[in-house]
Design a protein around this ligand. Sequence first.
Ligand SMILES: Cc1cc2nc3c(=O)[nH]c(=O)nc-3n(C[C@H](O)[C@H](O)[C@H](O)COP(=O)(O)O)c2cc1C
Length: 187
Amino acid sequence: MDLSWDDRRTRQFVTNVGLITSDGPHGPNIMSAEWTHYLSYAPALMAVCIAPSHASHKNIVHNKAFGLNLASVDQTMLASVAGGNTGKEVNKFPVLEALGFAFYPAEHIDVLMVKDAAMNAECKVVKQIELGDHTMFVGEIQAIDADPSIKPLVYHNGKFWRVGEHIEKPNKTTLDTIKQLVQEHTK
Ligand SMILES: Cc1cc2nc3c(=O)[nH]c(=O)nc-3n(C[C@H](O)[C@H](O)[C@H](O)COP(=O)(O)O)c2cc1C
């Protein structure tokens, strides 16, 4: 089956907002991507799924590298500008700098990174997988940094959120019950 981009059922997902930086035929660029994922510890792999019509897609296919920056709760404006304009028509970095956001050059790849993001990872593309109407770019991490005091922005139901109330794991009595049931049903 096919689903439309605004199908209410898929709005139950909770995601990060990746700020994906790139360079290439469209010049230095940044886009927002909720389909940003952690895939593997060793080697450390992360992925982003990008529609082929986006300027970032062409840049990443060409230069085989991308910056994966997780938006912070203070970067909603940045996420809206990066996700609401295309690098085919707009030079987004000067717009964002004029709005007070800052960027710095990555060390291992030729892209800009987002200052004060919740996490910054420099990725070299090791796999490009066509999946339906998006392409998954799998990147091997070359460098990664994160400041735990900077909180990641949450995306859910088409809106921005912050991580809310902490919910306790099951208590000891419940854990004992689970353990007993697992023992009873061990194969
Ligand atoms: C919060 C948010 C999340 C988005 N997630 C994705 C995504 O995961 N993949 C994608 O291809 N586009 C996604 N988009 C749309 C792109 O960011 C948007 O089309 C952008 O203008 C593409 O920029 P570019 O043409 O400069 O690459 C998202 C937009 C927003 C606002």
